[in-house]
Design a protein around this ligand. Sequence first.
Ligand code: ADP
Length: 732
Amino acid sequence: MPAATAISSISALLAALCAVIGGAVLLSGRRRPSHRTFLYFTTSLFLWHLFSVFVNLRVPLALAALLFVPVSLLMFLRTWLRDSISNVALPTRGAPRTIWALLVVGELMLAYSYSVSGDPRQAWAEQIPPLLKVLVVPSLYLALTPLWQVYRQTVSRVDKRRLLYLIGVGLLAITVTVWEHLPTPIGRGGAALGTVLSIVYLYFLHQTLFLDRLLDINELLGRVVVLSAFVLLLSAVHMLLTSILHVEANQVVTVVAFVMLTVYEPLRRFLEGQVQRLTTRERFDQMQRLAELRSALPNVIDPREAVRAVLSGLEETGRLTSASVYLLESDGNGYELVGHCGSRAVERLDAAARRPLLYRLVSTRQPVTLEQLEREHDLLTGRWGTVADLETLDAIARTLVELQAGAVMGIYPSRSVESSRRASTVSGALLHVSEDTAFVPSEQLIGLLCIKDDRSRDAFASAELDLLAALAAQLGITVQNSQLYERMKERDRLAALGQMAAGLAHEIRNPLGAIKGAAEFIAPMADGRLPEDAGDFVRIVIEETRRLNRVVSQFLDYARPWRGDESPLDVNDVLQKTVAVLRQIIDEQVSEQPDTVATQVVLELLPDLPQVRGDAEQLKQVFLNLALNAVQAMAGKQDGPAILQIATGLRPVGRLGTVLHHVEIRFADKGSGIEPQAMKNLFIPFFTTKERGTGLGLPISQRIVENHGGFIEARNRPGGGATFVVVLPCLS
Ligand code: ADP
């Protein structure tokens, strides 16, 4: 095959390939500026290759088309970069005016040179076409500068790598094409196999334009590298055979086919493996970290702590620039922000106003991303979308922007799995918001996990989104479990209240009986006078009424839901105030009944005790209850002095592999100790061994301490007496 024919047939092939790629863009129906400029670029390449096919047209028209190639490439790169990478400053949309002006000048000069060709007086004009050809080479390289500019400005490593591929393959494609078009013997005097690389690059750009996911890019890059290496290898073999060894054309085909068969598969496997290794390593590490975070979540009970763990874990992966978690409000009317990292998002999302997003999350149970919404929008505008569908998509996209999210994952309660699975199978549920569907957010969506990567708009690969969705699901289980836990606690409390009601009836009946008996004695006699000892009975009535009052108010204390007013406080301080009151009570008792033994209170406070978060008044009540119990236990004591030791200290408590310190307050008395029967029933409402006790002091104290995140321990002391220890978590 003569060289000129081979070249023109390759040009025809290239023209056809350009037409195919350009046609694919045209048929896709996309109308973004980058799609339009890409079409210009493919058209100019197409025309250049097409005109190169026809020898007589080659020189004037092919060159005219060639001049458009660098300009359209520059235009495309600028618009595409502007469309796909935010936060980067590029001066204007298309090519700068000077470049347009240069192009027009070039075309005019070309036209002039051909119009005067053959005129010996204008012989200088014949130098214009070769000069323009030479100028095209640097301008092609310069057309890649937007990629370099963005590469330098962008922060995201992911984007940087992506841009570097584009620059590298672009430089290679231009170099090979230019080299082949150089006149023989340096080059080949026209398009040859190496020029196919420029089509590979075109295909690469085309795919980048449509498949924006990074994993796709990696895959694609693997394919492109394999293709390019293969094309280069074939052209090298072809050149070796034809130019150096002067082998005949039909034999060349056989050798080339043989090389193709033997080398393609191992070369493909090797190169794709290398590319995968290079590009996915970091991503793999990040995914691993997300998976670890997910498996650590079941150990966390408190939903706020779980949210904190998820957010800090996400931040640590470095995979996103901001994240926020919203949880359903107790009235179910909206979602409140419970935690965020990175830029701050809105505080609250109204469930009624943001229905389209919430409904979509519930009906599809899939993450919603801005990028996907855009794609659907493009699809709808091009094809069969109705205005309502477009409005729904816009509303969802607006909510995402308001939430400052690139992707939103739903946090679902596990019990609605069945119902939502049914909903997601309804075709078109993706886009339609049907008003008749009974959508109750509180039952189907308990929260939202929003994430964003400011460095690139569409940076989340589907595998990552799946992992994040699984993380959101785990968060849902934790939230739900904790609500379940709260409900269980509430149920236990109500059951205990039921039991207590019986105890309370008993407690009320006793003093009531005493009051009734006393009142009967006080009843006036037949002559209207009161009995002589009426005064004693009146005292009984008053005392029993007081006791009734005490039982009822203590019962109310116990039954009332927790309404502590928590603030950081110093336990030593609270204890000192309690002991002041206690000493007063002891003094009063001694002055009322001089034969009772006065209890000595010894206070041993650990200096610099860490603060705790709590309600000082409620804790005072706990300390006083325990101290008075101790005083009462020592009241009838005959042997030795009655000493109540109150001491503060620190206690290490192990939790999730870390050692935290808790504050402990010990009340050690030298009384009779806790009786074995009492030990079993301590903290049970109305259990008392005292004649005039209510049996509510310890249960109330325990409830208050538990509401502070602590607990009470009770044990007998070896030498006699009892120790009660209150343990409270420190303020970290
Ligand atoms: P009350 O003091 O009205 O009996 P509590 O709930 O405070 O109610 O106490 C329940 C029971 O626990 C007491 O009746 C007593 O038997 C036992 N108890 C509490 N504190 C002590 C103590 N320091 N020493 C011995 N027994 C105690």
